[in-house]
Design a protein around this ligand. Structure first.
Ligand SMILES: *Cc1c(COP(=O)(O)O)cnc(C)c1O
Length: 371
């Protein structure tokens, strides 16, 4: 699905040099590399505060802790996403409320969001799934009307631009009160281990979050709030500094590969190619087709038989996962997610794909999914 080794080879000299410098400095935790990376990411995103942490799941949890959400508060998020989003809501004893997504973009359905709001709703977590932003202008409008926090799960869309109706742009993850991301190796900005970060323009929240990631300490050995231990280490930061400089190139390369796939599949009536909303750029964390002839599972196996990696993101809707089933849910409210789990298939998508590989993948698919 990804080719991290070929990507590494291209930046190997710089990466190896930076890693060795960290080893020699012995500033393994919170060293200058972490501070530098934080500043560089703030600049790239155009956001006032980046708070690095240990992974993208922690980032979501810490963001919710920082907003002081209380057990029983309802938090609305999308039914079609990676489990981390709903996991931290449940872990904090908040009440997850899952809503359906749009069939064309896989992102939160705003009508479903509106329907799910109750007097207990405190926050909305839009997920920028597969590399493009949810409809943030609509989310912000709903949030404003009901006085709700907006926490963007931006683990999959770092580098994407959100385009407001007046033409102004903001980077994905910097639009709500707080945004989070993951530097898991296969993410668009991935390190060589685990890592994550939280973004906010709110000075007070940033201060709170910096304490929470560090055991609730604002002054050494004085613990004002219950915190966690969640750090990005210096070696990962040193790697991320190099990869951040490449991020726009990486996004471009992914976009070109996606366009090449989409052109090839465009005339097949059993294949729906990924749609991009006008209000966002798409950085293609995943390139995900919908196979509408009922043969998705057969295609999945056929590709594996031909040595082509592919994946079903996601095979089970969150509302049907054992850990998150809830009597309040009504199957009729999850029509789209229930359909997508049977039709979606994600193809290899990364910065090192070449035309020859893509042609092989395309031909194998078109010979199997005939018109
Ligand atoms: C990867 C991912 C996360 C979690 O990130 P980790 O660094 O693996 O903890 C959260 N949300 C979404 C949508 C993700 O894709």
């Amino acid at each position: 699905m990804v080719d991290l080794q070929s990507q590494y080879i291209k930046i190997k000299d710089q990466v190896d040099k930076n890693i060795i410098a960290v080893l020699e400095s012995s500033a393994y935790i919170n060293g200058p590399e972490v501070q530098q990376f934080q500043k560089e990411l703030e600049n790239y995103l155009g956001v006032k505060h980046v708070i690095p942490c240990a992974n993208g799941t922690d980032a979501l949890q810490i963001a919710m802790m920082g907003l002081n959400l209380k057990p029983g508060d309802e938090v609305i998020t999308a039914d079609f996403t990676f489990a981390a989003t709903v996991e931290v809501i449940a872990l904090l004893q908040l009440t997850p409320v899952l809503v359906d997504v749009k069939k064309d973009t896989f992102n939160m359905d705003i009508e479903a969001l509106k329907k799910a709001i109750t007097t207990k709703t405190k926050a909305i977590v839009p997920v920028h799934l597969f590399g493009q932003c949810a409809n943030m202008e609509a989310v912000l409008k709903v949030a404003k009307k009901h006085n709700l926090y907006v926490i963007e799960d931006n683990a999959q869309a770092i580098g994407a631009d959100y385009i407001f109706s007046d033409g102004t742009k903001k980077k994905a993850g910097t639009i709500g009160i707080v945004g989070t991301t993951s530097f898991f190796p296969s993410k668009n900005l991935g390190c060589y281990g685990d890592g994550g970060a939280i973004f906010t323009n709110d000075d007070e929240l940033a201060h709170t979050l910096r304490g929470i990631v560090n055991h609730g300490m604002y002054k050494r050995y004085y613990h004002d709030v219950v915190g966690v231990n969640s750090r990005l280490d210096s070696i990962q930061a040193a790697i991320l500094r190099i990869k951040l400089r490449e991020l726009d190139n990486y996004c471009n390369t992914r976009q070109k590969a996606a366009a090449y796939y989409s052109t090839a599949f465009s005339t097949n009536k059993n294949i729906i190619t990924p749609a991009t909303s006008l209000f966002t750029t798409h950085v293609f964390h995943q390139y995900t087709l919908q196979i509408t002839n009922g043969k998705r599972n057969e295609l999945h196996q056929h590709l594996l038989d031909n040595g082509i990696p592919n994946a079903i993101y996601y095979p089970v809707p969150l509302h049907s996962q054992k850990a998150y089933v809830d009597d309040r849910y009504n199957e009729a409210d999850f029509k789209v997610t229930n359909e997508l789990i049977d039709t979606v298939i994600s193809l290899p998508m990364h910065t090192e794909l070449d035309k020859e590989q893509q042609d092989f993948i395309i031909n194998t698919i078109l010979n199997f999914v005939t018109n």
